[in-house]
Design a protein around this ligand. Structure first.
Ligand code: CDP
Ligand code: MG
Length: 694
């Protein structure tokens, strides 16, 4: 496909200093001298990073301000350096811990291992990390701890004032993940009780003013009993980046297939441009795997034009080995193409990128409280994201960014900023976490951006029906507290609790583990027939959940063999994760007093347990429907069974689903057939007001 490129008029502005608020500008007099730590070459690298010039300034501000907001371009060293500076300055003395949060699991692992390497220590000792279901820390030794914002939120359930931390750095705050937003509100409360706790809010873009206003309250007087006096006013520091100029190119006409357009653009760059790696932004595992495969095939079979080109995928859920490949330097004479989700937009920095190809899309969550459906959809990114993506090309030398959309579209149609996740998500998990932390008036909570009252009401309704909240909207005992304690979607947690009375907890724990990962199937385009045939070997008439049980049993019987997985088109890495998660869920279940019992072949019990968790997602097939159309019982939305489900084309009369993905239609993922009478049995309040539904 031919592409016509024209250079853009606007230079990407990576940092807009005018938004500074109480901006601290430090002269070079503040530059710190070498601290003489660690190994020489790594030390040199560290000193070359833009934040290094601000080392003393940062330490001074953290010492004298309860909250410090640090804005700096991606790659300037915020995440990897600041925790080390704090440690060197003694913030982790006396057994205290420095925490640094990230919205993404993969970023947590990557930065923790990088920092451990820079400090020359073993990961899991002085430097560790915790993500859900994986704790690589040592209670006595760990001084710098990277963790997801979600995990820190969970830690508050056991330790509401987060007393083991001296400094908490909320990183990637511009991403405005749900957990970041909730944390910021809670940390502001904690600071009132623990003024000595220092907060650092690090962000790649300039929402600094809004953040600063959020942390400013009228009666925040300085604490003068300490020396120097501690200011409760937030400080803002802007780290000047050293990004090189990035030339922007736009397509002249809109493209219809951005995967194909991205691939041709990669070829074009490889043909015409000097050496330097390429970063391509696509949206999800499917299109990324497809693009990687096509680029590599072309390089293998193709003529001289593709020689030296190799592509690697980057998305969450990659194994450690796959992650390492991405970060390892490109061999001489080769050109690396990393095809990524928006994880490479700001969370991770790859060295050597000179060219960026931006599809203009990312996968985003959207929740509609009217239909009560949460979708993951491919949606246009914002201007702010587009600028971040372009900036990734200017790390090592002047770069180029190819936008697969027109300049007209960028200027006139792209929205300036993204919408915070809290305003486009289902709030069931959020509400239960706040309730568990004793925040009763959720609408009155100090939100950075308020969620919609409709979404809140929907969440309360579901939690009430799940038996998690009582008439006063307080957590019920024990069910509410137990559901809150299990680190899973409340619907999955409720399913686990229900399995206790139904004597099928062994089976349901396996199902819960599978439902909490992306997919156990190996996905590859072009071999659909083989994959479908393989799936049939495990397919259960009841639906996907029981099919998962069959796969799990097969995997155990094979001795957890990777060959067996390969043969059956099952993702080995996913299955290993399932086994690990299941083991942890088993421990949590035991702690909650759930008796581990198997129902053997009685799949009625399993179906009932699933219904007890997911009754809100019940659907009924449209009578006389010839194309498998279902309607949701609650809101009469049109939905279809996803082609990847074993119930695709089987179309039982009644089903419940786990989630919806939306492409040309709204598709239900992870579907099981149910007995409709169990709906009124497990959730009488929820279905009573509907009148007769059967
Ligand atoms: O947080 P920020 O985006 O400001 O930068 P950072 O993540 O601290 O990265 C600073 C530098 O560390 C980058 O320029 C990379 O060169 C390097 N780095 C790396 O090589 N490997 C990693 N896994 C993480 C960072
Ligand atoms: Mg960072």
């Amino acid at each position: 496909m031919a592409q016509f490129w024209k250079p853009g008029a606007e230079k990407p502005q990576l940092l807009d200093d005018e938004e500074g608020g109480v901006l601290f500008v430090f002269s070079s007099a503040f530059s710190s001298s070498s601290s003489g730590y660690g190994y020489a070459s790594i030390e040199k690298q560290r000193q070359r990073l833009p934040v290094y010039k601000y080392r003393t300034a940062i330490l001074y501000l953290v010492e004298t301000h309860a909250t410090t907001i640090i804005v700096g371009e991606t790659g300037s060293g915020k995440t990897t350096q600041i925790p080390q500076y704090l440690k060197e300055a003694g913030w982790a003395d006396g057994g205290l811990v420095i925490a640094c949060t990230q919205p993404r699991r993969l970023a947590v692992q990557a930065v923790a291992s990088r920092v451990a390497e820079e400090m020359g220590v073993k990961l899991g000792e002085e430097v560790g990390y915790t993500i859900r279901f994986e704790d690589v820390t040592d209670t006595d030794k760990t001084r710098i701890k990277f963790l997801t914002d979600g995990v820190l939120l969970r830690e508050m359930m056991d330790d509401p004032l987060l007393t083991k931390y001296s400094v908490i750095m909320i990183d990637e705050a511009h991403e405005r993940s749900i957990s970041t937003d909730i944390l910021l509100g809670l940390l502001k409360k904690i600071q009132k009780r623990r003024p000595e706790l220092r907060l650092i809010i690090a962000s790649a873009t300039i929402e600094a003013k809004a953040m600063s206003a959020f942390f400013q309250t009228r009666r925040r007087r300085a604490v003068e009993s300490v020396e120097p006096p501690l200011s409760m006013e937030p400080a803002i520091l802007s780290v000047e980046g050293r990004g090189f100029n990035v030339q922007i190119h736009y397509v002249e006409e809109p493209v219809s297939d951005y995967v194909q357009a991205a691939i041709s653009t990669v070829q074009l760059i490889h043909d015409k441009e000097p050496y330097g790696d390429i970063l391509v932004f696509l949206t999800g595992q499917d299109d990324i795997d497809a693009a990687v495969k096509l680029i590599n095939e072309e390089a293998r079979n193709g003529g001289k034009n593709s020689s030296g080109l190799f592509a690697l995928p980057l998305y969450s859920g990659l194994s450690r080995a796959e992650q390492e490949l991405i970060f390892s330097p490109t061999p001489r004479g080769k050109r690396k193409v990393v095809v990524s989700t928006n994880i490479a937009e700001t969370s991770l920095t790859l060295e050597g990128i000179v060219y960026v190809v931006d599809s203009g899309f990312s996968k985003q969550r959207f929740y509609n409280p009217i239909t009560d459906i949460e979708n993951l959809i491919v949606a246009p990114i914002s201007k702010a994201s587009a600028r971040q993506r372009a900036g990734r090309a200017g790390r090592v030398r002047p770069g180029k960014c190819y936008r697969l959309y027109t300049e007209e579209y960028f200027l006139n149609e792209m929205s300036a900023e993204g919408i915070p996740e809290i305003q486009r998500s289902n709030l069931v998990s959020c509400v239960i976490q706040l309730k568990a932390l004793g925040i009763d008036n959720i609408l009155g909570f100090d939100w950075l951006a308020s969620p919609s009252p409709e979404a809140m009401i929907r969440a309360l309704e579901v939690l009430y029906s799940l038996g998690v909240l009582d008439d006063d909207a307080k957590l019920t005992s024990p069910v509410g507290f137990q559901v809150a304690e299990i680190p899973l979607d409340p619907m999955i947690s409720k399913m686990i609790l229900a399995s206790n009375q139904l004597s099928c907890s062994e089976e349901v724990l396996t199902i819960a583990a599978v439902l909490s990962i992306q997919s156990i199937w190996f996905i590859e385009r072009g071999i659909q027939k083989e994959m479908d045939e393989a799936k049939l070997r495990f397919a259960a008439a009841e639906g996907d959940h029981v099919t998962f049980l069959n796969v799990y049993k097969g995997f155990l019987r094979s001795g957890k063999s990777s060959k067996w997985c390969y043969k059956n088109y099952i993702n080995y890495h996913s299955m290993k994760t399932v086994v690990e998660i299941r083991e942890q869920l088993r421990r949590i279940a035991q702690r909650l007093g759930i008796v581990l019992k198997s129902c053997d072949r009685d799949m009625q019990a399993v179906r009932k347990a699933v219904t007890a968790g997911f009754f809100a997602n019940a659907c009924r097939i449209e009578p006389y429907s010839h194309n498998g159309m279902y309607k949701t019982v609650r809101t009469s939305q049109e939905v279809y069974i996803h082609p990847s489900s074993v119930l695709f084309r089987v179309n039982p009369k009644w089903v419940v689903y786990q989630s919806i993905v939306s492409t040309d239609r709204q598709y239900m993922r992870n579907v099981i057939s149910i007995d409709p009478s169990s709906l009124t049995e497990v959730a009488p309040h929820f279905y009573r007001q509907q009148g007769p539904i059967f």
